[in-house]
Design a protein around this ligand. Structure first.
Ligand code: MGD
Ligand code: MGD
Ligand code: MO
Length: 659
C-alpha cells in the first residue's frame, strides 16, 4: 500500500502497482483506512475506569501512572496467587512481527503468566498439519487451473486478491465450484454452487472418494508410485455411496456424482479450502478426507493441482521476539475459545485475576458471549485493554491504553494467502498519546525490572532480530525489503511439491491409512464426524455466523464503512422456515438457544438452505451473534465450532405473548 503524506498528514492510500498480488486494488475496508486513522473515536490517552464495568465512563490518565498501576497490580497478584492468575489475550488485530504477538508475548512468558492457546482461526488445519505435515501448494499457481473448488471459502469478501487469481484463471477457461451452505458472494458468481449443510464436508469428501474409486477415475500410476493404503481406503469409503452422501449433506445424489467426476477428470483441478469450513466439530477429519482427493487423483502432478494455501509466517522466525532464555515454562495453557468459561470457573486454581487484551476484541469475537461478559464484569478481575478504539471489550476494562495504527509504527508483515512478506514504514507520528505494542512491552518490562536485551531493543533492532537467520533472510529478503518494500519467498519444495511423492511421511508416500493421523485418536482413516449440534425438536435450525464484506472481524464494526453498508444486522431465513413460523419478511424475530438469544429483523432469503439460518458476525454491541455460539472445541487442533450451532427462531410478538 502506498500512502501519500502532506505536512505530516496522510491524505491518500493506494495500492502499490509494483506489488504482483495487491497492486491493483485495496479491499473495501482498507480503501477507507484513513477514516480509521483519523477517526474522532480513536482512544487518545490512557484511561482509568470511573463507573461500573461496561458503562464506559473513564478518566484520563498519564502513561506513567497507567504503567505503574498495571505493574503494581500484577506484582501483587503474582505474590498472592502466582502469575498464572494473569492471562494475556491477543489475536489477529495485526499480523506484524512487532505488533502481532511480538515482545508483548515475551513479556507475559517472562512474567510466568498463563499461556493463551490461540486456535480460534483455522485451528483444525494447524492441528492436522502438526499430525501429518504441511501439504499445500502456492495459490498463485491456480492461474493454470482448469477447475477450482473453493471449499468453505468466500474470497470475494475475505481475500479479494485470491479472487483476482480465480478470475484470471476463469478468463483462461477455468471453472469455479463453490462448496458452501450459504450463497455467498463467491457462490453467486460460481459455475456451480454445492450447498451442503454446515459441518457435513467430511461426508461430501468421503462420497467423492467413493465415487472416484467406484468408477475407476483414480490416477492408478500415481497411486501405485506415491501412495499407500489404497485398499484400506476403498473398504473405508464403501459406506459412502452417492445416495447416503446426498442425504447427510442435504444435496442431490447427482450433484455428488457430478462433482466427483468433474474433480477427478479435470486436470489440473485445485482445491482452495477456507477457514469457513473449519467452524464445525468434524472439520479436522473433513480436511483430512479432502487431503486424500488430490493424492487419489494425481492432481499433485500439476502446479495448479493439490490444495492451495499459503501464509508466510514461517518465513520470519518471529519466535525470536516472543521469548527469552530467562522465560520459565508457562504454568498452564488456557484456550482462547473458552475465555468465558475460564473467567467464570469457580474451580480454576488459581482463578484468573488479571486479563491483558491487545489485538483482539474478545467481548465480540469469542463464543458463548454471555459467559465472556459475565467474566469481564467481575469486580475482582483487573482488566487492561490496549486498542485503537473503545471496543465492547475496552468498555469493561479498568485501564484502557491507546494503540497506534499501521501508519504510525514500523513493522514487517506476513501475508494471508500468499508467499510474500512486506515492510511497513511509519509514515505519520502517533495520533494522540497512542503507542505501539512494542513500546508498551518495553515500558512494562522496564517497570517490572526485566532487563534482558530483548526488552531494551528499539523497533529497528527488533525488526533486524526478526529477520536474523530466518528463512526470509536466507532467501535474500533483506535487500528486496529495503529497496522495494516486499519480497516473495519461494516455496521450499517448489511449485509441484508432491509431483513425485516426497510427502511428509516416514515412507514419503501419501498414506491413506496413516499412523500419524491415527495419533489424533480418530483412527488411521478419516471418519465423518457429524456436527456436534444436530438440529433437535427444541432447536431445529442450524445457524451460520458469517463474516462481513465491509468489516475485518469486529475491527470495522463501529466504523462508517460497515455501518453505512449494513446499518442493521439481519438474520437470513429460508421462505419455507419463515412460513412455518408465521414470520413475515422484515419483522423482528428472536433467535435463541440455551446459551442466549438476540433480536434482529428477518430477511427472508434463498441464500440459506431450508433448515439453516445465517446471522452476521462483527457488528458492535452486546449481545452479538456469539451469544448463541458454543465454546466446544473441534475434533483436531482445538479448533472452533462457531458455525456448529443449533437454534430456534420465533416472532418477537409470540415471545412477548408467552412471557
Ligand atoms: N471482508 C472480510 N475479510 C476477511 C475477514 C472479515 O471478517 N471480513 N476475516 C479474515 C479472517 S480472520 C479470516 S479467518 C478469513 C476467512 O475467510 P474464509 O476462509 O473465506 O472464511 P469465511 O469468510 O469465514 O467463510 C467462508 C464461507 O464458509 C462457509 N461455511 C460456514 N460453515 C461451513 C461449513 O461447515 N462447510 C462449508 N463448506 N462452508 C462453510 C460460510 O458460509 C462462508 O460463506 O477472512 C479474512 N478476511
Ligand atoms: N461467530 C463468529 N465468531 C468469530 C468468527 C466468525 O466467523 N464467527 N471468526 C473468528 C476468527 S477466524 C477470528 S481470526 C477472530 C478474530 O478476532 P480478533 O483478532 O479479536 O479480531 P478483531 O475483532 O478484528 O479485533 C482486533 C482488535 O485489534 C485492534 N488492533 C488493531 N491493530 C492493533 C495494534 O497494532 N495494537 C493493538 N493493541 N490493537 C490493535 C483492533 O482495533 C481490534 O479492536 O474472530 C473469530 N470469531
Ligand atoms: Mo480468522
Amino acid at each position: 500500500m502506498l500512502v501519500t503524506v502532506r505536512d505530516g498528514v496522510a491524505v491518500r492510500v493506494a495500492p502499490n502497482p509494483a506489488h504482483p498480488v495487491t497492486g491493483k486494488h485495496l479491499c473495501a475496508k482498507v480503501n477507507r483506512y484513513l477514516e480509521r486513522v483519523y477517526s474522532p473515536s480513536r482512544v487518545m490517552t490512557p484511561l482509568r475506569r470511573l463507573g461500573p464495568k461496561g458503562e464506559g465512563r473513564f478518566e484520563r490518565l498519564s502513561w506513567e501512572a497507567a504503567v505503574d498501576e498495571i505493574a503494581e497490580r500484577w506484582e501483587a497478584i503474582a505474590v498472592r496467587e502466582g502469575a498464572a492468575a494473569i492471562l494475556p489475550y491477543s489475536y489477529c488485530g495485526s499480523m506484524g512481527v512487532l505488533s502481532g504477538l511480538g515482545t508483548m508475548e515475551a513479556l507475559f512468558r517472562r512474567l510466568g503468566a498463563s499461556d493463551l492457546e490461540r486456535t480460534i482461526c483455522g485451528g483444525q488445519r494447524l492441528g492436522l498439519t502438526r499430525l501429518v505435515g504441511e501439504m499445500t501448494n502456492d495459490p498463485q499457481s491456480l492461474l493454470e487451473a482448469k477447475l477450482i473448488v473453493a471449499w468453505g471459502y468466500n474470497p470475494v469478501s475475505s481475500s479479494i486478491h485470491t479472487w483476482e487469481i480465480v478470475r484470471a484463471a476463469r478468463r483462461r477457461g477455468a471453472r469455479l465450484i463453490v462448496v458452501d451452505p450459504y450463497r455467498s458472494r463467491t457462490a453467486q458468481q460460481a459455475d456451480a454452487h454445492i450447498a451442503i449443510y454446515p459441518g457435513t464436508d467430511g461426508a461430501l469428501a468421503l462420497g467423492m472418494l467413493h465415487l472416484i474409486l467406484q468408477e475407476g477415475l483414480e490416477d492408478a500410476d500415481y497411486v501405485t508410485r506415491y501412495t499407500s493404503g489404497l485398499e484400506e481406503l476403498r473398504a473405508h469409503v464403501a459406506a459412502w455411496p452417492p445416495e447416503r452422501t446426498a442425504e447427510v449433506t442435504g444435496i442431490e445424489a447427482l450433484e455428488v456424482v457430478a462433482l466427483a467426476r468433474d474433480y477427478a477428470t479435470t486436470k489440473p483441478a485445485g482445491i482452495l479450502p477456507g477457514v469457513g469450513m473449519q467452524r464445525a466439530y468434524g472439520a479436522g477429519s473433513a480436511l483430512r478426507a479432502i487431503q486424500c482427493l488430490p493424492a487419489l487423483t494425481g492432481q499433485w502432478r500439476h502446479a495448479a493441482g493439490g490444495i492451495a494455501f499459503a501464509h508466510s509466517f514461517e518465513a520470519l522466525r518471529a519466535r525470536r521476539l516472543t521469548r527469552t532464555p530467562e522465560c520459565p515454562p508457562p504454568p498452564r495453557q488456557l484456550n482462547m475459545l473458552q475465555l468465558g468459561r475460564h473467567l467464570t470457573d469457580p474451580n480454576l486454581r488459581p482463578a484468573l485475576r488479571a486479563l491483558y487484551v491487545w489485538n483482539s476484541n474478545p467481548a465480540l469475537i469469542a463464543p458463548d458471549q454471555r459467559s465472556v461478559i459475565a467474566g469481564l464484569r467481575r469486580d475482582d478481575l483487573f482488566t487492561v485493554v490496549h486498542d485503537q478504539f473503545m471496543t465492547d471489550t475496552a468498555r469493561y476494562a479498568d485501564i484502557v491504553l491507546p494503540a497506534t495504527t499501521m501508519l504510525e509504527q514500523a513493522d514487517l508483515t506476513m501475508s494471508w494467502g500468499f508467499n510474500y512478506i512486506q515492510r511497513s514504514e511509519q509514515v505519520i507520528p502517533p495520533i494522540g498519546e497512542s503507542k505501539p505494542n512494542s513500546e508498551v512491552a518495553r515500558l512494562l518490562a522496564a517497570r517490572l525490572g526485566f532487563d534482558e536485551a530483548l526488552f531494551q531493543m528499539s523497533d529497528a533492532d527488533l525488526l533486524d532480530e526478526a529477520l536474523r537467520e530466518s528463512p526470509a533472510e536466507r532467501a535474500g529478503a533483506r535487500r528486496a525489503l529495503e529497496t522495494q518494500g516486499f519480497v516473495r519467498i519461494e516455496p521450499v519444495k517448489g511449485c509441484t511439491p508432491f509431483a513425485q511423492g516426497g510427502f511428509p511421511s516416514e515412507s514419503g508416500r501419501f498414506e491413506f491409512a496413516s499412523k500419524a493421523f491415527g495419533r489424533s485418536g480418530l483412527g488411521e482413516l478419516p471418519q465423518y464426524l457429524p456436527p456436534a449440534e444436530e438440529p433437535s425438536d427444541h432447536h431445529p435450525l442450524r445457524l451460520l455466523t458469517l463474516k462481513r464484506h465491509h468489516s475485518l472481524n469486529s475491527s470495522y464494526g463501529g466504523s462508517a464503512v460497515l455501518t453505512r453498508a449494513e446499518p442493521q444486522p439481519l438474520v437470513e431465513m429460508h421462505p419455507d422456515d419463515a412460513v412455518a413460523r408465521g414470520i413475515e419478511p422484515g419483522e423482528r424475530v428472536r433467535v435463541f438457544n440455551d446459551r442466549g438469544s438476540l433480536e434482529y429483523p428477518v430477511s427472508v432469503s434463498r441464500k440459506v438452505k431450508r433448515g439453516t439460518v445465517a446471522a452476521p458476525f462483527g457488528h458492535w454491541g452486546v449481545p452479538g451473534v456469539n451469544v448463541l455460539t458454543s465454546d466446544r472445541l473441534g475434533d483436531i487442533g482445538h479448533g472452533a465450532t462457531l458455525c456448529d450451532v443449533a437454534v430456534e427462531v420465533e416472532r418477537v410478538a409470540s415471545a412477548a405473548a408467552r412471557s
